[in-house]
Write a protein that binds this ligand. Structure first.
Ligand code: SAM
Length: 492
């Protein structure tokens, strides 16, 4: 049987609306859009977008007194739901602004601009700054601030629309597109793919798409365990596991594996490469532990490719900051150090291992401690600055509690900061609550297919999608299918 025939069998199932079967390494994968799941997921996705719109309308409508660019209302920590310290939020914003400035923005489009935390400092140095947001109340508030400032009023254009809607925005016009701290609110991986494909159409050749503050799928289990460990009922390891699971089943926000963007860089004809970076910060909080930023550089790109630079392995070729200092001083061009234990995350990672080993008391201690053998990225930044270099931090593909650092000459445009994909090829996006709902449905379909298709033709896996990712022309984006999956069934 060929893939088309298997697609035809699959679509005979009452619950299958669409099926696409593709040969992928290491086997055949069937991507299905399930009717029950689709109807539910479509409604859920729309509901979710509307819910966020209502939440942000209320938030922006009731916080109108903050100075423009200083409205941090709603930035609460996942650990305890309390506002993140304002000094930490200011540093988070300033570092984000610095990273966007490194892209030399002149004509910017920002999707999901919120209260203008980035627009306020960036727009006055740009020729044009177009900003959209789902929340019309938020956009009205932005308009009030912008119209009061002549330096902004003549260059800022505001529109109230979702990030997947680029109507009215000029194509191939901008050098920089920004989507910061919005992806977690997207209803699915396919929505994210659609937004990225459309945002890329807004960029001129050579432009950059900055996507910031993305929740890291690799570290999700550390986060859920750390949240559970703070709960008063987390009295033993089973209770911690149950609380973490319960938290996951309610979590509607999107997590994305950095490989998602590596795949886009490899498969999208317009993308020259991707820069994936952990946050630059001296703070340890939810945002610096569990979120990262990426830049997709549209071809042709002037960015320096550091993917093939010389590298050293931490714990083997370099074992301390003093040794690292010497190695950096001795190196001429870019230098990468891999497998560095991340002080921001080592405690939470050890805590999760303790929960798995059944020791919740030890886990609670570990979650709040800093492993003395781990390395704080901030100390590496200081070391780099003292050596006249700049350090950028990237995720370590298969080792979520470690980072990679690349020493470069200065703050420049880079690609290839995250060059090696996770060998386990995990699913790349997940909205935990949606995954929970979809997994049961795809498992049932796997059982049904076993009776219809000879064993040797069974797909290696069945992947249920909320919808198929689309290219700007409305056809299925086959190359990104693997990036948007959730809810795996395995009939083979
Ligand atoms: C956490 S705020 C971030 C705002 C801003 N980008 C920043 O970094 O300060 C998220 C914003 O995304 C908007 N938003 C949520 N879902 C959206 C969607 N699907 N399309 C466009 N905007 C969305 C919300 O209204 C809110 O203003």
């Amino acid at each position: 049987m060929n893939p088309n025939e298997i697609e035809r069998v699959l679509t005979q199932h009452d619950n299958v609306a669409q099926a696409v079967v593709v040969d992928q390494d290491p086997g055949t994968v069937a991507y299905v859009v399930l009717r029950a799941a689709t109807a539910a997921a479509d409604t859920r996705a729309e509901e979710q977008v509307t819910e966020w719109q209502e939440i942000f309308d209320r938030l922006y409508g009731s916080n109108t007194s903050a100075e423009f660019g200083e409205n941090f209302a709603g930035w609460n920590s996942a650990y305890d739901r309390r506002p993140i310290d304002v000094a930490e939020m200011r540093q988070w914003r300033d570092r984000t602004v610095e990273r966007i400035r490194e892209l030399e923005p002149r004509r910017v489009v920002e999707l999901g601009a919120g209260s203008g935390l980035l627009l306020a400092p960036l727009a006055r140095d740009c020729e044009e700054y177009w900003a959209t947001d789902l929340s019309s109340v938020g956009v009205d508030e932005l308009a009030r601030h912008v119209s009061a400032d002549p330096a902004l009023a003549d260059r800022v254009v505001l529109r109230s629309q979702g990030a997947d809607d680029v109507d009215g925005l000029p194509a191939a016009h901008f050098d920089t597109a920004v989507i910061n701290s919005v992806v977690q609110l997207f209803p699915s991986g396919s929505y994210l793919t659609t937004v990225i494909n459309r945002a890329l159409t807004l960029l001129k050749p050579g432009g950059s798409l900055f996507v910031g503050d993305i929740r890291d799928l690799r570290t999700r289990d550390y986060l859920f365990a750390a949240i559970a460990l703070r709960h008063p009922r987390a009295t033993d390891a089973d209770a911690v596991r149950r609380l973490a699971q319960k938290h996951g089943a309610k979590d509607e926000e999107l997590f994305v594996h950095p490989d998602f963007f590596l795949d886009i860089a490899r498969s999208h004809p317009d993308v020259a490469g991707v820069d994936v970076q952990l946050k630059q910060s001296n703070h340890h909080n939810e945002l610096t532990r569990h979120r990262y930023d990426i830049v997709l550089h549209k071809a042709p790109s002037q960015a320096t490719d550091v993917s093939g630079c010389p590298q050293l392995r931490w714990g083997d070729e370099v074992t301390s900051l003093a040794e690292l200092d010497k190695q950096v001083a001795a190196s001429a061009g870019p230098l990468r150090v891999t497998g560095v234990p991340n002080a921001r995350l080592a405690g939470e990672a050890a805590a999760l291992r303790a929960v798995e080993a059944g020791d919740s008391a030890r886990a609670a201690e570990l979650a709040r401690s800093i492993d003395p053998d781990s390395v704080d990225p901030h100390d590496v930044s200081l070391l780099a600055t003292a050596a006249g270099r700049h350090a950028v931090f990237a995720p370590s593909a298969a080792q979520a509690d470690r980072f990679e650092v690349v020493f470069v000459a200065g703050k420049e445009k880079l690609i290839g900061t995250y060059p090696v994909a996770d060998p386990a090829r995990p699913q790349l996006t997940e909205s935990p609550a949606a995954a929970h709902r979809g997994a049961a449905l795809s498992a049932q379909l796997g059982d049904w297919l076993r009776d219809k298709v000879p064993a040797r033709f069974l797909p290696t896996s069945i992947v249920a999608l909320d919808d198929l990712p689309l290219l700007p022309d409305g056809t299925v984006d086959r190359t990104s299918l693997g990036r948007v999956a959730h809810g795996l069934g395995d009939p083979a």
